[in-house]
Design a protein around this ligand. Sequence first.
Ligand code: NAD
Length: 353
Amino acid sequence: MYEFTYTTPAARVVFGAGSMKLIQQEVETLGARRALVLCTPEQKAQAEVVSSLLGPSSAGVFDGAQMHVPIENARRAREHAKSVDADCAVAIGGGSTIGLGKAIALESSLPIIAIPTTYAGSEMTPIYGITENGLKKTGRDTKVIPKTVLYDPELTLGLPVRLSIVSGLNAIAHAAEGLYAKDGNPIMSLMAEEGIRSLANGLRGVKKNGKDKAARSECLYGAWLCGMVLGNVGMALHHKLCHTLGGTFNLPHAETHAIVLPHALAYNSTVAGEAMDRIARALNVESAPDGLYQLNQELGVARGLREIGLGEADLDHACEVALSNPYWNPRQIEKDPLRALLQRAWEGARPAV
Ligand code: NAD
């Protein structure tokens, strides 16, 4: 029997190859006059193109976006927006640039238009992160959600294939856990299943040819859906483990997600049958954990945590940290099976279904 609450803050989404060219029209639709374009130093050329497409509606480019949004950069960006009389900001880039846009929106009334160029999905979530004195604080506020999102797959053609693959697998992890979320709902489950299907297919195409426009479009479509899931329902064991491993041992974020997911799903498989069926259906395989493990191999992702810098001696500590802070998960978190999960993920063994 169904029982759920479905609320979603509306954002305008414009999807399609070449949609970046609609930027000036979209600024007008928002009722704004002057847009400041945000980017990282690496994506300045793309930001300059957006600025020229804006013509007289451009308030210039601010290329100070950085990973983890240092508070000083957010302050500088806010001041800069004020000094050039911007009444809107366009964030073109991945989660770091969109994160800078969110930090601006948090403490000003500036509306944000996002043009995502990775599969991270931040543009669809009310989650923000700001780093102050070396500590990253995260929070949720619907005010930071971009008002308009332009998804233009052509902008992802230059995203390196290896980075595209791990970014896409990271997005799949959001959708997979969204399927057994405590606050899940049927709409998010539809989006999650379709997001996994699209990303798995699209990533196979990107692995063969990073310039394949159809595959890039399928990946970005999947990234939108997975981002929606991340923004609307809670995450569980898998995300907790990845935050623990990333935060405590400084492991690369997206690779850690890709390696751990099959094992976290195996842990929950006995109590989340419907979610497993949907993931397996999306991947066209018999078993969700095994299907994801095989997808990782096919896409050439590192097999085990040992290959990305975790020492075997760290596994006990990782297990303790993950146990120390209770959180919701469909199956109770118990020490021995959790330690066994970590061991398999470290070795790169098949998930224990
Ligand atoms: P990123 O934004 O840090 O980008 C990494 C590098 O790739 C940057 O130099 C960027 O300029 C470059 N790049 C991005 N797109 C490119 C393209 N198409 N072609 C060439 N280069 C390109 O990477 P990310 O993985 O998108 O974002 C990671 C950050 O986002 C993390 O800090 C993470 O915590 C955050 N994040 C937040 C949320 C949320 O909901 N708040 C969700 C996902 C990720």
